[in-house]
Design a protein around this ligand. Sequence first.
Ligand code: NAP
Length: 484
Amino acid sequence: MVSRVIPVEPADLVIIGGTGDLARRKILPALFRRFCAGQFGTESRVIGVSRTEMDGKEYRKLTAEAIAEFSEHEGCDMGRLDDFLEMLHYVTLDAKGTTGWKALAKLVKSERIKVFYFSVGPGLFGDLAERLHKYGMADEQCRIVVEKPFGRDLKSAKELNRVLAQHFDETQIYRIDHYLGKETVQNLMAVRFGNMLFEPLWNSQYVDHIQITVAEEVGVGTRGGYYDRSGAMRDMVQNHMMQLLCLIAMEPPAKFDPHAVRDEKLKVIRALDPVKPDNIVRGQYEGNGKRPGYRNQVENRDSTTETFVAIKAHVSNWRWAGTPFYLRTGKRLKERASEIAVVFKDAPHSIFDEDAGRHRNILTIKLQPNEGIELGVTIKEPGPGGMRLVDVPLDMTFAEVLGPDDADFPDAYERLIMDVIRGNQTLFMRGDEVEAAWAWTDPVIEVWRDSRELPIAYATGSSGPDDALMLMHRDGRRWREIKA
Ligand code: NAP
């Protein structure tokens, strides 16, 4: 099977914060990959922007080094690097001042699609929006991409939405959540809505519960300053995990288009019950002799910031009443592994002896480190040993089913940036979705802040605090093992 690459229209892509970590690690390598794939051509231009004084030659050097260091994928012809570098320009510009704005306005072409990627802290979004407007770049062909964190609570998210809405229509604003750009996440929608098999069973009558795990093996590393003001609830749950929950729980949209999909996701967030205190566990990792504990990695040695959260959530609507969603995310866990598991109920009656065993169907959507979808089905154990049942996976791991060429699919940033140029907002969060998500997480964060209660300490390399296990055990259920 050969995947089709449909080239995008020529565009000017301006990376504001073009010398920063995100630009170097993700955005520039992603653009190079799409260039190699033939999707993004030499008629387009990439314009790096930041306060640092440098010329185009120096920016091309920075980009070449970033690609050498961070472009992980094979199959990219490094012989084409010079052609890609030819597309690069650089403007020294201050988001908060006047420096560079006229030069940028002169450089970008008014008649073509202009994408301004705000790869800077959210404190600059308002200044950028205002100046893009003032210097005549915020026309109909202009799109802006904004990175997480989109606010730190409902109030600040509303304020950001208000500021951006002063100069841009919602159709021009692309709030990026790279989890939505993952191939498997989109495949989840293909599996759900492209097959007759699953949708009739996709409800509380047949689904016992759903588990969503985003486990990281690393700690906060050098990001302690940012993380300590954020914590797992803001950094992971409010955005990535809620988006995954929405895609699992939403009703079939009438069409696969941005309005229909985002309307359905919003309904899910609004149907979430407030989280009761006994349905949430928060933890903080300890050191283990070899690796420092969280509090030794951040300035505040008494920090109460959570590095782990487990939640039992309820989507209160006809489809999901009585089927809990268990969410769990944390740092310094035993492995880096992210997955969604849809655990179906037992068959209503077993015709087999007790010792044949009882088994359940589980649909697993694996997001990290490898992407794929697996359906656990029960069959007879081969051989003459009588009727014993065994679970086998129907594996839809892309590399095996589609072959290595097709499994070498674009990473999330590649896909999402191309979607911005195409003008497709389906995989981006709408302003009202982001606000609804904060409205759900804010009360939990406020209770923690006011109580000053300490998170539960958990060991580096574990599955998180024991209390998180209890969240499931008391319901007669178990977390799936965290394994890559
Ligand atoms: P960073 O490494 O600190 O880079 C910030 C960039 O912004 C630099 O290029 C900086 O260059 C530029 N900048 C700062 N102030 C400016 C101003 N007044 N005018 C023009 N340019 C300015 O930050 P980052 O890690 O790339 O993160 C950027 C954004 O993406 C943040 O909102 C972050 O939360 C988000 N994000 C980052 C990651 C990641 O993996 N890094 C992941 C998800 C989201 P100068 O200092 O030269 O101006």
